[in-house]
Design a protein around this ligand. Structure first.
Ligand code: AMP
Ligand code: MG
Length: 483
């Protein structure tokens, strides 16, 4: 059974039952392999060469549990749209932590694996469309060089799941450096048991931040690390126009990886207030709100750490508040650097910020495509679009050219810098929908072609321009939670 080199070390399932429920995935009727991620398998040192697709489908549906796995549902809580709720893996199980030859640990989770103690009113299952969507977008994020969980496989279950209508059931195998969330800490913190808090805290340090174990105040260090990681992550999202859509605290990892691709989408037309999620009526998780929400979530994380930061409660609050309030400055500084990279600006000039803001204002006013505007500046757009003949844009471009040519710099050098920060291809919403429709009808070719293109977002390939073009439809794109 271990033909594929699983190497499990199940540290999380070794924690007490306060942290999880021991539960196996519920077997499915007729598993069928839809996607298998060979590149990721290589990274994990898994070998699928001696195994049939039939066997792979049995494994990645949870029908055939690998030797050495020890399956659990993890307990966690979370603020969902600002409201605190007890959650947990209601439709997922962690089968174990696979350790690669480089001694790197990867959580292997089956999403859509059936009911658990945390399912509340849900059926514990997932539908094919949303699982493929998570696979596509998380792979795209990975190749955009953005920390993320990944998809190792998608299997159809042969069962129906009832949503607004009957849909095909599926299970996604999700790989993450861990599934510890801000919400995991909130869950433990709400139980007010200091031993348990110490356990999850030490576990997190051991797993993700061993270098801070011996520092003077490891809890404060952990907070600082997470602020930095999450700040970097959001900067990356802003760079490529990614809108997560449900930045609840249970969907924020302590590893700094993007997790839970529900109603997420990439922005096309530049609009700071862009929201795609059907349930986000107030725009809480709009594009421009992502940094403020990250800070809010980090403050919830800080609250959990208070007893570990200082024995004196007031002192601990003061210290943590100061740290949390450092987020804005850090974000602002990193944002400028990111935008300067997108525009190929070396060194610093006082007028840089206004140059950046003027471009964004123009994009917003003229409803220009966020990604393609930067492609146009690099002369790598799909075709010369009329919008870029706009007089205000031409005037702005003159200022930009003058700026990049300062200090004997050349446009070539600037474009080299820009190429590393501006993708030519993002998973455009209409393309995602298109390949999902085909896949649901049984044609996987468009999906596989799309995944191939997304593996190389910064380089021009034969048919790149096909994937740069806009939808051509005026219909507003709406995304759903996919539960
Ligand atoms: P998510 O929207 O994926 O972040 O999920 C939020 C919470 O709802 C988590 O506790 C999930 O496990 C739970 N959940 C989502 N879908 C289902 C489902 N179909 N059955 C049971 N629980 C679910
Ligand atoms: Mg979630």
């Amino acid at each position: 059974m271990n033909k594929i080199n699983w190497n499990f070390d199940n540290t999380y399932s070794g924690l007490s039952n306060s942290f999880k429920e021991n539960i196996n995935p519920i077997p499915v009727i007729k598993p069928e392999l839809i996607l298998i991620n060979k590149k990721l398998a290589d990274e994990l040192n898994l070998d699928f060469s001696k195994i049939s697709n039939k066997e792979l489908s049995e494994i990645f549906s949870g029908n055939l549990l690998p030797e050495g796995s020890n399956s659990i549902a993890q307990a966690y809580a979370g603020h969902q749209f600002g409201h605190f709720t007890m959650l947990g893996d209601g439709r997922a199980v962690l089968i174990g932590e696979h350790v690669s030859k480089k001694n790197k640990k990867y959580d292997i989770q089956f999403k859509g694996s059936g009911k658990t103690a945390f399912s509340r009113n849900g059926d514990g299952r997932a539908a094919l469309g949303p699982m493929l969507r998570e696979y596509i977008i998380s792979e795209a994020m990975n190749y955009l060089n953005i920390p993320t969980t990944r998809g190792l496989a998608v299997v159809k279950t042969g069962e129906k799941v009832l949503r607004e209508k009957n849909l095909q059931g599926a299970i996604l195998t999700r790989v993450a450096s861990s599934h510890i969330r801000v919400g995991t800490f909130q869950y433990i913190s709400a139980r007010q048991n200091s031993d348990e808090l110490n356990i999850i805290f030490n576990y997190t340090l051991e797993r993700h931040y061993p270098e801070i174990k011996k520092t003077e105040n490891p809890a404060l260090e952990l907070l600082e690390r997470l602020i930095e990681k999450q700040c970097d992550l959001i900067i990356n999202w802003m760079r490529v126009g990614f809108i997560h859509g449900v930045m609840n605290t249970d969907n924020m990892t302590v590893s700094g990886e993007t997790i839970d691709y529900g109603p997420c989408a990439f922005m096309d037309i530049y609009d700071p207030k862009a929201v795609f999620s059907s349930i986000d009526k107030m725009g809480r998780y709009a594009y421009c709100n992502q940094p403020a929400i990250a800070k809010w979530n980090l403050a919830r994380f800080a609250e959990c750490l208070i007893p570990l930061i200082n024995k004196d409660f007031d002192k601990a609050i003061d210290i943590a508040t100061q740290k949390i309030n450092s987020f804005e400055k850090q974000y602002e500084e990193k944002w400028i650097v990111m935008m300067k990279n997108k525009l190929g600006l070396f060194n610093s000039e006082e007028s840089d910020k206004s140059l950046i803001l003027d471009l964004l204002t123009w994009m917003h006013k003229k409803k220009a495509d966020y990604t393609n505007t930067f492609c146009d500046l690099m002369d790598l757009g799909p075709k010369k679009e009329v919008i870029y003949n706009d007089i205000d844009f031409i005037e702005w471009k003159k200022r930009w050219k003058k700026r990049i040519l300062k200090n004997n710099n050349t446009k070539k050098k600037s474009v080299e810098l820009m190429r590393n920060h501006n993708p030519l291809v993002i998973p455009r919403n209409h393309r995602v929908e298109e390949v999902l429709v085909s896949a649901e009808e049984g044609n996987l070719e468009p999906l596989n072609n799309f995944l191939k293109i997304l593996e190389n977002p910064y380089n021009k390939q034969k048919n790149t321009s096909n994937f740069q073009s806009l939808s051509g439809s005026n219909k507003k794109y709406v995304t759903f939670c996919g539960t």
